[in-house]
Design a protein. Structure first.
Length: 114
């Protein structure tokens, strides 16, 4: 089963974890066939939020919600169950500076998938 691990950091700790530590962990995850994908993100001030209401598109600078911790990146993992996904998420280096939200990935229910 796939699990998305969302990395959240506050502005103070945005660069606290170096890229090498993250790359090393990705190599470990890939070697154990748990790594599906993932990338770091630029800071929240570089984001644009898109909303469509009644066919009208509205753009907003930055993230839509004001939060202390911002989405900093993600890891998409393959794990046998939630317990294994949580163990893998605990090893993600930025967990020492922020938080990791672990969420199961849901497959789309379409006519082709039924």
């Amino acid at each position: 089963m796939k699990y998305l691990c969302l990395v959240y950091l506050d502005a103070e700790h945005w660069n606290a974890c170096n890229d090498t530590a993250c790359a090393d962990y990705v190599q470990q995850l890939a070697a154990s066939q748990h790594f599906v994908g993932g990338e770091p993100l630029h800071p929240a001030h570089t984001a644009t939020t898109v909303r469509v209401r009644n066919g009208a598109v509205t753009l907003f600078d930055g993230p839509f919600a004001e939060t202390r911790e911002m989405l900093a990146g993600f890891y998409l993992l393959e794990a046998r169950d939630l317990n294994e996904a949580l163990q893998l998420a605990a090893g993600i280096p930025p967990a020492a500076y922020g938080s990791i939200e672990v969420r199961p990935v849901r497959e789309l229910q379409t006519a082709a998938s039924v």
